[in-house]
Design a protein around this ligand. Sequence first.
Ligand SMILES: Cc1cc2nc3c(=O)[nH]c(=O)nc-3n(C[C@H](O)[C@H](O)[C@H](O)COP(=O)(O)OP(=O)(O)OC[C@H]3O[C@@H](n4cnc5c(N)ncnc54)[C@H](O)[C@@H]3O)c2cc1C
Length: 479
Amino acid sequence: MTKFVADITSIVGEKNVSIDDKALRSHSEDQSPFAAVIPGMVVTPVSAEEISEILELCNKTRTPVMPFGSGYSFTGLSNKKGSSTLVIDMKKLDKVLEIDEENQSVTAECGIIVGNLTDKIREMGYYVNTVAVPYYKDTLGGMISGVVGGGYPLYASSVGLNNRHILGLKVVLPNGAILEVGGKGSNIYSNSSHMREANAPDITGLFVGDGGLFGIKAEATLAFYPLPPHWRSRSWLFRNFEDLWNAIDKLMSNKQLLYDCLSAFSPSITEVYTTGGESVKNGCGLVYYTHDFSEKEVASKESRADQICLSSRGVSGPDALNEFAERLRNGEAYWKASEFTELLVRRASCAYFTSKAAFKNSFSSIQSLVEERVAEARKAGANLTTAYIIHIILQNTVWADAIVYYYSDETRPLVHDIMREAHKFAATQGVTFETHGGYAADVMASCWSPALRELIKTVKNNLDPNEVLNPGLWNHEFS
Ligand SMILES: Cc1cc2nc3c(=O)[nH]c(=O)nc-3n(C[C@H](O)[C@H](O)[C@H](O)COP(=O)(O)OP(=O)(O)OC[C@H]3O[C@@H](n4cnc5c(N)ncnc54)[C@H](O)[C@@H]3O)c2cc1C
């Protein structure tokens, strides 16, 4: 046993240190076709204090560290140092620490699976904003670090990105110091606060969507809200993308927000949820749901949304698509049924956000590039297909995902190349990528202004002078 292994073992205990092939491989890749990078060691601490001691040791030995949630990102992991990297797997920090019903906030350890946290809060008749899709996969810390704005939930259309619902964090800084930020943490005499920007500049935001560049999140405090009891879910079909976008555009422009969730699918995805018939087979599906505190209000929103869809030449969706809309609303599609996750396996994604005004141009150029590359690959014999999903995030912001499905491991390198090209091209269209880690972060950083690059470099150098935490993330050797 080397001295380093002995020292790490004395911090976390023998059973929490792995160097066997299986453990290393299961921390070597995410859900993308990007190539695996095998680390040198995996440790599973159980507290912020243990993480702190690990980071102190890694500073002494200049050992690169990569925090790991569940590996549910999709543009490659952030390990740039290969087998010299020590992975800190967060899964054992999985407790809900405090539920403060009076102040509607919950504090949990950051290795908790977000679905387990959300389920606890739902049982009480409230909701807490986490993710829409990898519900029983993402960890709280991975979600807050690895996605723009700390992730986006099912109800993003009405509640926005998670950023605004994260009230505070306990972060282990790269040098091992433990810092509490947010309303509760920034004033040592405060027990709770919903105003994270109240007692100091909003430092919490520095650690949201940083990909794990500035610190390791050990605990997070999130706001929760009462679940509105009345709801409607509906689906519509459109003959082509033009009609579909026309309806989405009008729905987004309506002065009153008519939906909590509004999602649209390419014909290839819509088909999976419909029972047959030509018009259904070639149609673009649109599903929405809306909640409110009064039955009258929810019925009025539904009626207005349906008028808009009709006026855009939509036809009411078939039972199968309506059922899917309902399963989205009650969470089953994401949380229980396997069918939606089946659509997500062996797929590569270029997922991005644009403003509503820029959406149509960005979408058509990114989608065309991906479809052209896939058509070329198919001519050469590769079995690939394309699809897209559009999801409305805010009244002025659209999320889209250009998807390539692949069906064999041999095609992985080819799909990987298509996705690298798609990301590079998409960045030049001014989009923001969904994930903040791996390749997506590298490409986004290549678009930073010199002044922003300098600022981030200064902050990183000060917090992490030996560059031990996620070195190379955001395409920089900062020191
Ligand atoms: C099919 C699919 C659908 C998705 N849909 C959604 C969605 O609906 N909404 C949404 O918001 N996101 C969605 N995502 C994105 C996903 O939420 C993020 O990629 C998230 O970061 C994954 O969490 P994780 O725990 O697996 O983190 P990992 O993938 O393990 O890590 C992500 C990054 O965060 C860092 N990190 C992990 N834990 C910590 C920590 N405690 N402290 C500091 N840094 C840390 C890692 O070093 C890495 O750079 C989807 C992903 C997939 C694959």
